[in-house]
Design a protein around this ligand. Sequence first.
Ligand code: IPE
Ligand code: IPE
Ligand code: MG
Length: 267
Amino acid sequence: MANAGFTSSTRDIPAVSAVPAHIAIIMDGNGRWARKRFLPRVAGHSRGVDALRDVIRACMDRGVGYLTVFAFSSENWRRPAEEVSFLMQLFLKSLQKEVERLHQNNIRFRVIGDLSRFDPALVSMIRDAEALTAANTRFNLTIAANYGGRWDILHAVDKMLERHPDKRSGFTEEDLAAGLSTDFAPEPDLFIRTGGEKRISNFLLWQLAYAELYFTDTLWPDFDAAALDVAIASYRARERRFGRTSEQLVEKAAPESKGTTPAGRHA
Ligand code: IPE
Ligand code: IPE
Ligand code: MG
């Protein structure tokens, strides 16, 4: 079944909860964080890993189920070779260092993206970490590496055609979504981009259709639990209409039994 049975935000109205079930983050601003301190850009990437560790913990404490973070885009190969190579080494080292702790914390680890360009040693370490944590249920951490939203959609189309060899047209959203790299997760409720830029940079293009967008000037290495709380508070103040009118949400809430959350309004 498409999206492991999760509701598609365009086909139906998903459940709305006070705490986002799925947060997607573009962790941007590492280079500027370092430059402000007269450090090499890569020092910012190292500090970025520390920030990610804190944010994972904070998400778990707050009852978020899924965190998907953009670590390396399909366009980031355009950076200087030394920076790309540092990022790969950092990925490898961080995995080596953190996998056991992720596992002990009952975190399921996944990497989404086109791994074919990665060093085989890194790929096998990723696959081992995914296998080790495959039965974990408390939290889902997904790293987008050599990921691109357009790549994801094209890949999903290929999978859809493979699955339906005799079909040429008449596909549904569910047929396509079933092949997306995030098929295991509900669509993100909250999208966060640090570092001040207000763009999606080819992140989860399909999946963000109805995500609440939150942009902050805070640079990623400075983003912490308190900053996450500000983002979640902003999310809670939003009215998630999914195409409906505000009045409809109020009407829909009224006849329902006590204790239920108005559709589109947070508890
Ligand atoms: C994000 O920080 C990390 C990656 C893209 C790997 P940047 O490296 O883009 O930092 P800025 O945007 O140059 O400050
Ligand atoms: C987006 O950040 C990708 C990651 C954070 C991994 P960039 O810094 O690469 O994005 P652009 O180039 O400014 O759009
Ligand atoms: Mg950047």
